[in-house]
Ligand binder design. Structure first.
Ligand code: ZN
Length: 236
């Protein structure tokens, strides 16, 4: 399938602990993962995302988004165009600090705020819906040695389906894997993945991402939404 990845990859990502965790950037690590399963991958960063075209989006089955410091730098019309393509059927996966990404907030319509703490604590990610396609092949829980804590209350609409709950060593819990449908498009928010912790190199986390793109790919895709006036089928 055709996957388009956005990772903001600002100056902070090209040095120190972030560079150590992801030498090719988070987009590079994810690209390698999806290409290993024969998916066709395009990548965008902060430098290029505002010039993404409608044609690229229409040719994308699933868009993956990782952003943090630069949410406000995404042009409103670009975020609107992405959100509309999701409603028309494109899949959308928002990772970690993308809970505040403009396209996701436009789709969910709530503040999407949460608590956070960055002390490299352990997270135990519990599979709470083992029958869900995104949980296929996973153990009962996954231990992530170090990640940023995200805690409830998480200001999201009640998920259509909840797949994961994260427990953190410091005592907090979080709805870490949330599924939605908006229009014809599927949306998955997935909490793990702070940029200084190479969480996306963990085998089970990679399995979740691979399952998630399979789940989110379009089943039906429309070109537009309209309210047509139609003829009756029977003679009246
Ligand atoms: Zn983070």
């Amino acid at each position: 399938m055709k996957i388009t990845i956005y990772n903001e990859f600002n100056e902070h990502h090209k040095t120190g602990k972030v560079l150590q965790a992801y030498p090719k950037g988070i987009h590079g690590a994810l690209k390698d993962l999806f290409e290993s399963k024969k998916h066709e991958v395009k990548t965008f960063t902060l430098e290029t995302i505002n010039s993404i075209t409608l044609d690229v989006l229409k040719d994308t089955d699933v868009m993956i988004w990782w952003g943090h410091m630069n949410h406000q730098d995404i042009k409103e019309e670009v975020a609107d165009m992405i959100a509309e393509q999701v409603r028309l059927g494109m899949g959308f996966i928002a990772l970690h600090s993308s809970h505040l990404a403009k396209p996701l907030k436009k789709l969910l319509g709530t503040p999407c705020t949460l608590k956070w703490r960055e002390i490299d604590e352990k997270e135990r990610l519990w599979v709470v819906n083992p029958a869900h396609p995104i949980a296929k092949g996973l153990p009962e829980y996954i231990e992530i040695p170090h990640d940023e804590m995200y805690g409830e209350p998480f200001a999201i609409p009640t998920p259509d389906e909840l797949v994961f709950i994260g427990w953190f060593q410091g005592g907090n819990v979080f709805r870490s894997g949330c599924c939605y449908q908006r229009g014809y498009g599927k949306i998955f928010y997935f909490q793990p993945g702070h940029e200084t912790n190479p969480v996306y190199e963990i085998k089970e986390i990679q399995q979740i991402l691979l399952n998630a793109v399979d789940w989110a790919k379009p089943v039906f895709r429309a070109n537009e939404f309209s309210c047509p006036n139609v003829e009756s089928l029977e003679k009246i």
